[in-house]
Write a protein that binds this ligand. Structure first.
Ligand code: FAD
Ligand code: NAD
Length: 480
């Protein structure tokens, strides 16, 4: 018989949502276990979830390497810097990324140790009575009982039935973060966040990248002007994005490193084909609930496959909570961070809350895209009166000095109260600037508040300052 171990909190999943819940609960004096099934590239257990292993961090490492390479050929000349014959050594670039991943996944193991969290390496299934049965990697089984259980199982890539992942020619993010050389031609299905970020990486390194997007418009979730500006810049970079292009069939031909993928798709002109060397399928992610919930555990899953929770991330089953990608809301690491902390605090009897209306979005392309709050399109649909101020980076001294003039900042405020309802950015470093909008919105600030706050000169943030002033038609550095 398997002995049962008792904890105050059992967390299933050590990704961003799970490790935040575990660490915060331990800080609050609770006895915590955290289970994770994932293995790293070296076959050893690796904590940190999708984000640290095959998501946020490795993709940003490759985005940075490829940006440096791209800038050598496309930006340095403007600064008068010349060199001969720049080369990228892909295995070195991937090795650097792997080292960063190892540093951060190992960092979570150290944080668990420092906070006296007991890790279990294996697959957990939740049963009735808050019992989690864990199949460990060595084949043994343990049974954990939690006064509280936090499900933080994350998400997996959606697979298209006609384009099954083989880890080599047809890949998801995992494969596209590990190509051993730059594919001559890379096809991408899905012009979403992963398609654009990983498509950019290989495009910068010399691949001919073609992205097929089924939706009729590009980046529909973003502000329409932001999407238009980004599309124009991507086109200049040679990233080909075909909207209204619905893939229906994929065939692999050839052998070894001579393999080719033929993708059949339909667009406004009819049946088309695209031939590439590698294919990245990035059509979204789905909550990872397979094998997680035993029939008797009573946790409900909605028709989108997400675990059902209330506004406090409670599942409705006594002592069972769920956080991160496996529940409603944006699939973003920082959204999971906040939910993990909030749930740990609620378990400890403290107030805990996450404002899903002020979660920032960032796409780490060149230019970067970032926003918080509502778009003009959403406000129109909701009948909310609004006013807008925008300001181009081309008129910002710092942006021009950096030779990064593309893009703009747009502040949207309520037409009557002036309260900021959204900040939309496209340009260099906007991943950092977007937090000005998050702060303003969290403090219920107005466009006038933003306009009256002193911004350093010269800095990229001046675009937000002038955009906020432009809401009241008093921008200094442009005609209003
Ligand atoms: P996950 O990170 O998926 O972690 C869940 C963990 O639970 C996994 O380790 C899994 O092995 C484990 N698990 C699942 N089921 C069980 C079980 N039954 N038993 C034991 N263990 C289990 N987000 C951003 O905010 N910024 C970015 O820049 C960004 N870039 C990304 C780039 C890529 C290529 C991808 C794929 C994603 C990116 N994301 C980004 C999204 C981000 O990675 C996720 O939103 C985030 O990882 C979700 O955190 P989570 O803790 O909910 O789940
Ligand atoms: P996504 O939802 O961002 O984009 C998927 C795209 O694929 C959509 O534009 C959709 O219209 C398109 N699509 C769907 N089915 C298609 C089909 N059959 N043919 C052609 N196009 C099709 O999904 P993703 O890019 O896979 O990323 C998943 C999630 O991971 C994101 O939603 C995001 O939450 C997270 N992520 C975040 C970051 C970041 O924060 N910087 C980076 C990467 C991933």
């Amino acid at each position: 018989m398997v002995e049962q171990q008792q904890f105050d909190v059992v967390v299933i999943g050590a990704g961003p949502a799970g490790y935040h819940a575990a660490i915060r609960a331990a800080q609050l004096g609770l006895k915590v276990a955290c289970i994770d099934a994932a293995l790293g590239k070296d076959g050893q257990p690796a904590l940190g979830g999708t984000c640290l292993r095959v998501g946020c961090i490795p993709s940003k490492a490759l985005l940075d390497s490829s940006r440096q390479f791209w800038n050598m050929g496309h930006l340095f000349g403007e600064h008068g810097i010349a060199f001969n014959d720049a080369k990228i050594d892909v295995p070195t670039m991937i090795g650097r990324k792997d080292k960063i991943v190892k540093q951060f996944t190992g960092g979570i193991a150290m944080l668990f140790k420092a906070n006296k969290i007991t890790p279990f390496y294996g697959f957990g299934t939740l049963h009735a009575g808050n019992v989690v049965k864990v199949k460990q990697h060595d084949g043994s089984e343990v049974e954990l009982k939690g006064t509280n259980v936090v499900i933080a199982a994350g998400s997996d890539s959606i697979e298209l039935p006609f384009a099954k992942f083989d880890g080599d020619t047809i890949v998801d993010n995992v494969g596209a973060l590990n190509f051993e050389s730059t594919p001559e031609r890379l096809g991408v299905i899905g012009a979403g966040v992963i398609g654009l970020e990983l498509g950019s990486v290989w495009n910068r390194l010399g691949s001919k990248v073609t992205v097929l997007e089924a939706a009729p418009s590009f980046l529909a979730a973003a502000d329409a002007e932001v999407a238009k500006t980004a599309a124009r810049e991507f086109k200049k970079q040679g990233l080909e994005i075909l909207v209204g292009a619905k893939a229906s069939k994929v065939e692999i031909s050839g052998k070894g490193n001579k393999k080719e993928v033929t993708i059949s798709y339909t667009d406004a002109k009819g049946e088309q084909t695209l031939v590439v060397d590698k294919l990245l399928v990035a059509v979204g992610r789905r909550a990872a609930t397979k094998g997680l919930l035993a029939e008797d555990c009573a946790v409900k899953v909605n028709d989108r496959g997400q675990i059902e929770v209330d506004e406090h991330n409670h599942t409705g089953v006594d002592g069972v909570w769920a956080v991160g990608d496996c529940v409603r809301g944006p699939m973003l690491a920082h959204k999971g961070f906040e939910e993990g902390i909030a749930v740990a605090e609620l378990i400890a009897g403290l107030p805990g809350h996450v404002n899903l209306d002020t979660i920032p979005w960032v796409i780490y392309t060149e230019p970067e895209i970032a926003w918080v709050g509502k778009t003009e399109e959403q406000l129109k649909a909701e009948g909310i009166p609004y006013k807008v101020g925008s300001f181009p980076f081309a008129a910002v001294g710092r942006a021009v000095a950096m030779a990064e003039p593309a893009g703009f900042a747009k502040v949207i405020a309520h037409a009557e109260t002036d309260r900021v309802l959204g900040l939309h950015l496209v340009g260099a470093m906007v991943s950092e600037l977007v937090h000005e909008g998050v702060l303003t919105m969290e403090f219920s600030g107005s466009a006038d508040d933003l306009a009256r706050i002193c911004h350093a000169h010269p800095s990229m943030s001046e675009a937000i300052h002038d955009a906020a002033m432009a809401v009241a038609k008093r921008a200094i550095h442009k005609a209003n």
